[in-house]
Design a protein around this ligand. Structure first.
Ligand code: 5AD
Ligand code: SF4
Length: 457
């Protein structure tokens, strides 16, 4: 449809394209963005040329995210020139970080909506149609995105937000700046959501928070015992009938407590997997990162967790090349990684972020050195991941079937490992089956389905 100065602004209708960058928080928020648009009668498409609304839900955690956004916006410019009724929305962490700069650099963007303003999405799009470019980068979450309608990616798996924001100030991290202080959701609200999900056929939930161990701290009376509530929450979610798998991400080694290990061990639905970010094996670097645990303490937690839950799989995050990281520091990381024997690790090259303390530290490590260290770490971890996976050969594992690449199927173990198996015709995503593990690579397993009636549920 052509627009003319006399024409009434058109309400949004028709088709939308949503692209999500970054972490699970963003995926969770994107389900709400999609939910709001679909509640307004829109349907999803995969090509910007077919869309009336394009939303980028952005990430700011590393620098290349910025370049990606402005590149993507550049590609949309000709479409907007050809169709002024196209509404372009930038949401998420980069929107919160760059604010007015986005529309300065890309004046064809209609709406900039920060991490706390999602409930305003439809209003902002409507107002942009009537009055021109809009921006809402308010600083505080009043309504949890969880309270908004959702269009979920999966019918059987769901993210459940237990807290937004973060009260820590790890010196490399932009999250507290773009997501604000921690705000926990009342246990009753979390439980009601999980119960509602179970009624719609969801069998796996992942509880989401930047630092799940401090869940609830902001809800207790200041000056009181300030008892963290995460273990209580795990136990309560474990009681919800028809939920078969509970995951959570992420705990912080500093705030970790033994009651969480007990709750994990005693809650049969809580999966045998923990994502436990190490970040560095060097105590000097951990200190400079303002992460207040030390490597021995970290390894001590791992020992306790594995003693209580022997079959647990452990994954982690590691940053290479934090400012001031010496060869010695890096060797410490290699040593801790060897000792920790992670099943999987997400490894990152340090990326300076504006507004963080580390971003302006002087002793940034040269790029080539970071790359060399990174390559060595990745090679070591691949070896360890492969060995951990090989140890599962011959074991029987429960799989939750997911859709796989090229229309195929694959399954995920309770330890969060992907298993490829030969496709049996009558299986569909969402079913539980058992498989015998027959092969192992660094990043996935191979298995044969166990063909017994009781093994398919
Ligand atoms: N540079 C590199 N990696 C980072 N992460 C967070 N901030 C940065 C940064 N500035 C990594 C951390 C975190 C994960 C989500 O991203 O390892 O745990
Ligand atoms: Fe960032 Fe540290 Fe908070 Fe995690 S705990 S979100 S790394 S500041």
């Amino acid at each position: 449809m052509e627009s003319s100065p006399e024409a009434m602004p058109q309400p949004p209708s028709g088709r939308y394209l949503l692209r999500t960058f970054g972490c699970q928080m963003n995926e969770h928020d994107s389900e709400r963005i999609a939910g709001l648009l679909e509640a307004d009668g829109m349907t999803p498409v995969t090509d910007a040329a077919d869309a009336q609304i394009v939303v980028f839900n952005t990430c700011a955690i590393r620098e290349n995210a910025d370049n990606k956004l402005y590149g993507n916006l550049g590609h949309l410019r000709p479409l907007k020139m050809a169709n002024p009724d196209l509404r372009i929305v930038v949401a998420g962490c980069l929107a919160q970080k760059d604010q007015g700069k986005i529309q300065e650099r890309a004046p064809w963007v209609d709406v900039v909506i920060g991490t706390h303003a999602l409930p305003e999405l439809l209003d902002l799009i409507q107002r942009a149609a009537e009055d021109g470019p809009q921006m809402d980068v308010r600083e505080y979450t009043e309504i949890f995105p969880s309270a908004l309608p959702a269009a979920r990616e999966s019918a059987f798996k769901a993210w459940v937000s237990i807290a937004v924001g973060c009260d820590n100030s790890c010196s490399f991290c932009i999250v507290p700046l773009v997501r604000g202080p921690q705000k926990s959701r009342p246990i009753g609200d979390v439980l009601a959501e999980v119960q509602g999900l179970a009624r719609t056929g969801v069998t796996e939930v992942t509880l989401l928070g930047q630092n799940v161990n401090t869940y609830g701290r902001d809800m207790t009376v200041p000056g009181s015992a300030r008892r963290p509530l995460f273990a209580d929450l795990l136990r309560a979610v474990n009681e919800v009938e028809d939920i078969r798998r509970i995951r959570f991400t992420s705990p912080h080694p500093h705030d970790f407590t033994p009651d969480v290990i007990e709750a994990m061990a005693e809650s049969s639905r809580v999966c045998e997997h923990i994502h436990f970010p190490l970040q560095s094996g060097s105590d000097a670097v951990l200190k400079a990162m303002r992460r207040s645990y030390r490597s021995q303490r970290y390894l001590g937690w791992l020992e306790q967790i594995r003693a209580a839950i022997p079959e647990i799989a452990v994954s982690t995050d590691i940053i290479v090349g934090f400012p001031g990281e010496t060869d010695e520091d890096f060797e410490e990381t290699m040593r801790v990684v060897e000792q920790a024997r992670f099943d999987a690790a997400f490894m990152f090259q340090y990326s300076p972020r504006p507004g963080t303390t580390a971003g302006t530290m002087e002793d940034q490590v040269p790029k080539e050195q970071v790359q060399q260290r990174f390559d060595r770490l990745v090679a070591l971890q691949e070896q360890i991941s492969r060995a951990c996976n090989e140890a599962l050969i011959g074991a029987r594992q429960e799989l939750l079937i997911e859709a796989g690449g090229k229309g195929g199927l694959q399954g995920r173990t309770r330890g969060n490992k992907l298993v490829h198996f030969d496709h049996a015709g009558d299986l569909t995503p969402g079913m539980f089956v058992d498989a015998r593990i027959t092969g192992a690579e660094a990043h996935y397993l191979k298995g044969d389905l166990v063909r017994e009636a009781a093994s398919v549920r």
